[in-house]
Design a protein around this ligand. Sequence first.
Ligand code: HEC
Length: 439
Amino acid sequence: VPARLALTILFIAITTLAAEPVSFRAEIAPILQQRCIGCHGEEKAKGGYRLDTFAALSNPGDSGEPPFTAGDPSRSTLHTLLLESDDDARMPQKAAPLPQNETALIARWITEGAHFDGDDTAQSLSTLTRSRFLRPAPKTYPRPLPVTALAYSGDGTALAVGGYHELLIFHPEKNDPPRRIGGLPERITALAWSPKKNLIAAVGGTPGRWGTVAIIDAADRFKTRILCDVPEQVLSVAISHDGTLLAAGCGDRTLRIFELPTGTQRHILRPHADWLQSIAFHPRSHLLVTASRDRTARLIDATTGEVQTTYRGHDSPLLAAAFSDDGSHIYTTARTGPVHIWAPQTAAKTNTFTDFTGTLENLTTTPAGTIAASTDGTIHLFQTAQKSPYLTLPGHHGPITAVAAAPGGYTFATGSAHGIVQIWNTACPTPTQTFRAAP
Ligand code: HEC
């Protein structure tokens, strides 16, 4: 017995010594972010209570009771509501109770004084936890990574490719290794490269946990700035033709419009009931088309934030949207069914294309027509007035996961789930170049 007692004492001594104070930034914020923000954030504040910043979560909601009393978890609704036996009263509502290690961590943080260890109590929890989701990029890639995003520079000589925690800039004409720009999310879901200001917009994140909109200045040593952090992955991005507006479509259902080059947020809009999968600007105005998993597309004036028309022609989640080169038509694709072509101002369907195989997850625009890339590896080129693809190219072995056109030209690039990039010209049936998009 004495030996066991000694061991127990030793164990207690070690665990007590090892226990660092609980960090709000590193340990509490991620729990709240994942479990609570959906009902207590910018978008919804159930019970009049927000916990998307430390400042907000310190203020009482409708109950008028302070959410926590430093030093006393039993007098802190932020803790007691997690343990309620009544399902309707327990937080998070309509979900399983938090695991015991998480409720214990929250209790310990309150017992230790409920300290804030960030820089600014008004910062969003997403911004506070950003560093948890950023890692150095690997030196080399052991396996090819799916090419999830592509964008061409204004002069068409450089191609930006989304990598793992980095952006890769290739010059396909030369054989040099890519330039690597780190400090980015694990997954880049979309890219836009504005010829006017030579800025690259990169969006992405970690599914279900964090997302971000970053701007990389290609004219100034590829310096990177983060414009915002959101509690879900950011899925789509576009920059207006004149380079003054950036639009980002997010997994938290928000559409965010920023002014460039300042990066000031002009609007947070909620035009859809589900993810904004794809967005595209009109080639000569500030009109924006958004394609959502909620089965609709909308035409939005990005200057005012006003929804102008809604297109309801598809009967499955939308995947991609693009304007025709002259801006007179919009192309949209969905998980099932044909490509739809419709008029922006009236949302009236003018044509559909059924003559393709696979699912068309990506669209881009060239003067020769609109290019749609399929999950079966084929590439189709459509023109508004015709019934069938004008051109079908054999493409990749495996799904095409990204496509981008060089501004104003006939060159475009496709990227596959197997990590291969192909460069094409709309006048030529075979790729002009093929390379593996990894350092
Ligand atoms: C599905 C929605 C939902 C989720 C998720 C949710 N809550 Fe709530 N919360 C509510 C509603 C609704 C109320 C209003 C009181 C009620 O109806 O019980 C509320 C009230 C509260 C209050 C009381 C505010 C006041 O002063 O009146 C606190 C504190 C709270 N929630 C904490 C949390 C925490 C912490 C989490 C995450 C662990 C969480 N909630 C997750 C819906 C939710």
